[in-house]
Write a protein that binds this ligand. Structure first.
Ligand code: BGC
Length: 394
């Protein structure tokens, strides 16, 4: 009888212990640390344990591609806010555009006992090795915003609707063009990022009929001109075009490419121009370059990410639009998937993305075109940014 009660008590005690272990692993941040444990800029160079907490506390490791673009600082900030609010502990490391550093970051997190890795790969293919290392260590892998390609070592994908980002950019250009013969300059993201293809694919499908019917005339890509009668491009065909118009997600590359495109173009190829720019950072660089060319009388230019600097450019009339991707939603989805995976559940998905090895279950959130007209309602009234961050708000 006593023996039975003891057994029951032991079972209860052991379940309590494992529950506590799980909670510790989920890691309520120690009161003294006062932070999520997210590492600071130094960690980009030397991955370090999060401030004040035992390394075994860290159940979730987060790896972001670079601190050099405001987009990923937004994600870091939103992760910190969300993790703090939920009382979770996690470490955030940056790969600084270097797959070797990315892999080292993942390995460092593995030695700290993470159970889930949330990773936005710098290079969608190269990151497969880091994902495999995590899987081999029994760690679940969540691909964040960018899909890791050619591997079965990805458990879940949280993403925005990337083809729609490109489609909204293209539609904006179409909506602002009239007549025929409008000069069109095309720019794309990095070919090492699967999203670079997704955005271009989405944009091309919408733009192409308006190129074929003469509304737009492509001025900076002979490969795009050669394919201008084809609506559905293969990946290889897209890659050919992107080879001529890639910014590599780098502001300097974007600026230099725009400069050389304008140098090669005649004054007749300028005037009122239309520019497909893949994201905000490259849009600002390209816009500044076009603005300083005297033969360019006006330009319509797209963007993406609703970076603060671009929101100000929009308010100042220097960038025409951006596509707002609410990073708070992506972060929330990533954290709830991570908690689910830690608890042994299968996170809810809405379909899947094929990464050329498997169909990765995915959750996808929507995107919104933002212009001067709705910047206040979408970005300020929604609490995304404080009004005090901007001048010229309507
Ligand atoms: C992201 C964009 C970002 C770009 C450059 C893409 O994968 O989806 O939001 O602007 O990378 O970092």
């Amino acid at each position: 009888m006593y023996r039975k009660r003891f057994q029951r008590m032991m079972v209860l005690f052991l379940s309590l212990l494992s529950l506590l272990g799980l909670l510790a692993a989920c890691g309520s941040a120690p009161a003294s640390s006062g932070s999520t444990g997210a590492s600071d800029a130094a960690a980009a160079d030397a991955p370090a344990a999060s401030g004040g907490s035992a390394s075994s506390d860290i159940a979730v490791g987060i790896v972001l591609p670079t601190k050099d673009e405001p987009r990923w600082i937004q994600d870091e900030t939103r992760f910190r806010e969300a993790l703090n609010a939920a009382g979770y502990n996690a470490e955030i490391l940056f790969s600084q555009g270097d797959p070797a550093k990315e892999k080292a970051n993942v390995e460092s997190l593995l030695t700290k006992g993470i159970k889930v890795l949330i990773i936005c790969p710098h290079d969608s293919v190269a990151a497969a090795a880091a994902a495999k290392a995590a899987h081999d260590a029994g760690v679940k892998v969540i691909s964040y915003d960018r899909l890791i390609m050619n591997t079965d070592a990805v458990d879940y994908y949280v993403t925005f609707d990337s083809p729609t980002v490109g489609a909204q950019q293209a539609q904006f250009l179409i909506d602002h063009a009239s007549g025929t013969g409008n000069p069109l300059y095309l720019y794309a993201g990095a070919a090492s990022d699967n999203n670079g293809f997704a955005f271009f694919y989405g944009a091309w499908r919408v733009l192409q009929p308006k190129i074929a019917d003469g509304t737009f005339v492509i001025k900076n890509s002979s490969e795009a001109v050669a394919l201008q009668d084809k609506n559905e491009l293969t990946r290889e065909e897209q890659a050919k075009i992107m080879g001529q118009i890639t910014t590599n997600w780098d502001f300097n590359v974007a600026k230099n490419l725009a400069e050389s495109n304008l140098t090669a173009a005649s004054d007749a190829d300028k005037g009122d121009v239309f520019i497909l720019a893949p994201n905000d950072g490259t849009a600002r660089a390209i816009a500044d370059t076009f603005a300083s060319d005297k033969a360019v009388t006006s330009y319509v230019i797209t963007g993406q990410d609703a970076e603060k600097a671009s929101v100000q450019y929009i308010l100042d009339g220097k960038q025409s639009m951006t596509v707002f991707k609410d990073v708070r939603v992506l972060v929330k989805d990533a954290i709830s998937a991570a908690v689910g995976l830690i608890e042994g559940q299968t996170p809810a998905s809405q379909g899947s993305y094929n990464n050329e090895a498997i169909d990765v279950p995915a959750i996808q959130s929507s995107v919104v075109t933002v212009t001067k007209e709705n910047v206040k309602s979408e970005l300020v009234d929604s609490g995304y940014y404080p009004a005090s961050d901007f001048s010229n708000l309507p």
